[in-house]
Design a protein around this ligand. Structure first.
Ligand code: SF4
Length: 392
């Protein structure tokens, strides 16, 4: 069977998008009926915080493209943003440092993503809620009763499995993190692992891992959509929740549960230092002339070639910068076991199976190998030219 002709292909794609749009409209109408009204008038809030209509429209275009949707979905993204505060969220915290919550909260000036996250309907968050003790537990029980199958459960932190989970007990009844996780996640409409600890165990699971900590799936068998990172980028949680509001389902993921729209490519594929990598221009040691010229950090341990994430695109701190831009290589924090295998090495990793999905990584490794041949040739030429310079 041959490939469909171009016109057939575009008709098929158009049909798929029409169906997707219908699904989106049906879901959002249903949501209108089932969920409490929006807590805030989002457009008013944008005005109050100095975000113009024009900036909001620009943001909807960027977010629609980031979610890999065509422009006809822009009005739906805008509508989903206006409904952001209607979806109840339960945020559980287990073995973690609260860095993911910090990443979610911190901003120096408001942009649309920050304002959205400010409006999120957090029904339970141990660090942020005013309630404590029995009252906090009553709040949690009320969400499970009032919104079964409708709320999003966000989990931050790894789960210690050692001693039957007794390394981590929370609340007046002393429930283990395993018990709480199973009870809440079983009633949620969607479960999101926020950060690499919830996704893969990360720092709490680093060698020697005395509490036998694991990611949520590893410890409980509950599948999570993983917003990996240490910490993860707040933009990635915003986009994922918007997708859920629009379609009533979480976005497609890779085999590690990370949404493809945010983690579908390697850091190395987006990196602004990539032309230097291709040209064989490397920082050889910290502070050398290559470092001053902003050359590639591969030889001083950048793990961008093994790491899947959109950091160079969305950046951090109100999109001002990201680690490689600031002068330090990527430490691979969106990958499983990065703390043991990648972060401490200030040199390229030798084990090419390390990092994300092996198939894609192997392709990456091959690509790296191909580039290295070119790079070596270029580096040789550069060295000859520099020798020539020295001799002048
Ligand atoms: S190795 Fe690191 S610094 Fe170099 S291009 Fe790749 S991601 Fe950028």
């Amino acid at each position: 069977m041959g490939r469909p002709k171009n016109s057939q292909y575009s008709e098929t794609v158009k049909k798929q998008y029409r169906e997707l749009m219908e699904r989106c409209q049906v879901h959002m109408e249903q949501m209108d009926k089932e969920l409490p009204p929006a807590r805030e008038d989002f457009q008013e809030l944008l005005k109050e915080r100095g975000v113009s209509r024009r900036s909001f429209i620009k943001w909807t275009s960027a977010m629609t493209a980031a979610l890999m949707l065509p422009p006809i979905f822009r009005p739906m993204v805008a509508k989903a943003a206006e409904n952001f505060s209607r979806v109840p969220v339960v945020w559980l915290q287990f073995a973690e440092c609260t860095g993911c919550s910090e990443a979610f909260l911190r901003s120096s000036y408001p942009n649309v993503d920050d304002i959205l996250l400010d409006t999120i309907s957090l029904e339970y968050h141990e660090t942020l809620m005013a309630a404590a003790g029995d009252q906090a537990e009553a709040n949690l029980a009320k969400v499970l009763t009032d919104f079964p199958g409708k709320f999003i459960c966000i989990i931050e932190g790894a789960i210690p499995e050692g001693l039957d989970g007794k390394y981590l007990r929370i609340g007046s009844k002393g429930k283990t993190s395993i018990e709480i996780c199973k009870e809440v996640a079983s009633k949620a409409g969607a479960v999101i692992g926020m950060g690499s600890c919830a996704a893969f165990g990360n720092v709490p699971a680093a060698r020697p891992n005395p509490t036998d900590a694991k990611g949520v799936y590893g410890a409980t068998g509950i599948k999570t959509l993983n917003i990996a990172g240490c910490p993860p980028n707040a933009v990635n949680i915003t986009g994922t929740v918007l997708h859920y509001i629009m379609f009533g389902a979480l976005p497609s993921t890779d085999s590690l549960g990370r949404p493809l729209w945010a983690y579908g490519k390697r850091i190395h594929d987006y990196c602004e230092r990539r032309p230097h990598y291709d040209a064989g221009e490397y920082v050889e040691e910290w502070g050398d002339s290559g470092a001053k010229k902003g050359w590639c950090l591969y030889k001083v341990g950048c793990k961008g070639p093994y790491t899947y994430a959109n950091c160079p695109k969305v950046r951090f701190n109100d999109a001002t910068s990201w680690p490689v831009m600031a002068g330090h290589g990527c430490i691979g924090c969106t990958e499983p076991a990065f703390w043991d295998t990648m972060a401490p090495l200030e040199k390229p990793v030798e084990d090419k199976t390390i990092g994300g999905e092996h198939t894609v990584d192997q392709i990456g490794a091959v690509l790296t190998g191909v580039a290295v041949v070119g790079v070596a040739a270029h580096a040789g030429l550069t060295a000859i030219r520099h020798r020539g310079d020295d001799n002048e």
